[in-house]
Write a protein that binds this ligand. Structure first.
Ligand SMILES: [Zn+2]
Length: 394
């Protein structure tokens, strides 16, 4: 039995803080997290390797790198989670009551400990805070990154020559990245490959080196960072650089969801192609030409698969200019679009009146889709899109 969180940590396979490397000069804080899913230890192994390399060579650095382990209890049991997915619990309302919560759930204890660790690191830090969340998946595939679509996140992501996916967080409620992103942290999720592949550890190491460059801790010229960029560039092959998630196929254990064989990450699918089956619908076909993302072949989870579309860099440039010009402030002039009184940056869109193009304009302008209510949907302008908060309050 676990009696107190500090005792509980001691019995686990990994400590919460895997290591810390302090640069000689003050600067950004880069926090890297491995194993928020307990069956994904590759990120932790990679962090241990990079931290010991930095220590051994005493590389001159600006700022601080901290490596953290995520779901310690699930890592011990080598399972994705014990009671609830730790990466779906970061909702503002839950966090405000977290100290009083007594639901007997292992992940509530994990969340409390992890949040406390993050608070100790971030509170009082002067300068930018970066957060890299390292994952692996049940299917084979090459590495890729996902970001919430802010200009600051995009700038960071450009340092990682892998496919970068925008909008995954809109499909998932309560992800840690989104919670931190909304506080003004620059965030990125990185998928290294299959859970047990050796390459996944290697790609995670590459991601950590590139994150150190992206955060401004290390110069791009050091050999480790150059090699990392080269490894990631080769892994990308002919994949597109930027993609947008358009659909999530949500599942429950009762569905008996089964993916058809042979769907690697990023594999193109045609409109109407049967990619999976379940007890509810029988055959599950795709709605449009797209690429399949994160197909679920084994284990737990409530995402069957995602569909993503390639984004031409032209649209990224256009949307950057639209945001610098603050066109979001006049978006309510469009037909079917209304501001929500009393909620800053929140917009209600009537789907019957607004055309499809209008819907896409919100992504370009830096809005995040919140929820659908009948014929309307709600979007909210992302905070800290162009500029950070100065000091983060967590
Ligand atoms: Zn994961």
């Amino acid at each position: 039995m676990e009696t107190s969180s500090s005792n509980a940590v001691a019995i686990h396979r990994y400590p919460r803080t895997l290591g810390r490397y302090e640069g000689q000069e003050a600067g950004p804080l880069l926090i890297c997290l491995g194993g928020i899913h307990g069956n994904e230890p590759a990120g932790i192994l990679a962090l241990q390797k990079v931290l010991s390399r930095l220590q051994a060579q005493q590389l001159p650095m600006r700022g601080t790198l901290v490596g953290l382990a995520g779901n310690l209890r699930a890592l011990e049991a080598q399972t994705r989670f014990l009671d609830r997915d730790l990466n779906r619990l970061w909702l503002a309302e839950r966090i405000s009551q977290l100290d009083q919560l007594e639901d007997g759930c292992a992940e509530t204890l994990e969340q409390r400990e992890l949040l406390e660790t993050l608070r100790q690191l971030i509170r009082g830090h002067r300068g930018e805070v970066f957060f890299l969340d390292l994952h692996t998946s049940s299917a084979e595939g090459q590495p890729f990154a996902c970001i919430g679509d802010t200009i600051r996140n995009r700038r960071f992501a450009r340092r990682f020559p892998v496919p970068v996916i925008l909008g995954l967080e809109e499909q998932l409620e309560g992800a840690l990245l989104e919670f931190l992103n909304n506080l003004g942290v620059i965030t990125m999720g990185f998928e290294g490959g299959e859970h047990h592949a050796q390459d996944s550890v290697r790609y995670h190491q590459a991601a950590i080196w590139r994150a150190l460059v992206g955060a401004g801790c290390l110069p791009n010229s050091i050999p480790e960072a150059q090699q990392a960029a080269e490894d990631l560039r080769i892994s990308r092959g002919s994949m597109p650089r930027w993609l947008g998630v358009r659909y999530r196929h949500a599942i429950t254990p009762q569905d008996g969801f089964r993916m058809r064989p042979g769907y690697r990450n990023f594999r193109p699918v045609e409109k109407g192609e049967v990619v999976a089956e379940d007890r509810k619908q029988g055959e599950i076909a795709t709605f449009y030409r797209a690429r399949i993302l994160l197909p679920l072949y084994q284990g737990m989870g409530d995402d069957g698969f995602f569909l993503a579309l390639d984004i031409h860099p032209f649209w990224l440039r256009i949307s950057r200019w639209m945001r610098y010009l603050h066109l979001d402030r006049i978006v309510h002039w469009l037909p079917g679009v209304q501001r929500i009184p009393g909620e800053s940056g929140a917009i209600r869109v009537n789907r019957k009146v607004a055309r499809w193009e209008t819907v896409e304009i919100f992504h370009l302008l830096g809005f995040r889709k919140r929820r659908i209510e009948g014929d309307t949907f709600l979007v909210r302008r992302r905070q800290f899109d162009l500029k950070g908060p100065g000091q983060i309050s967590i």
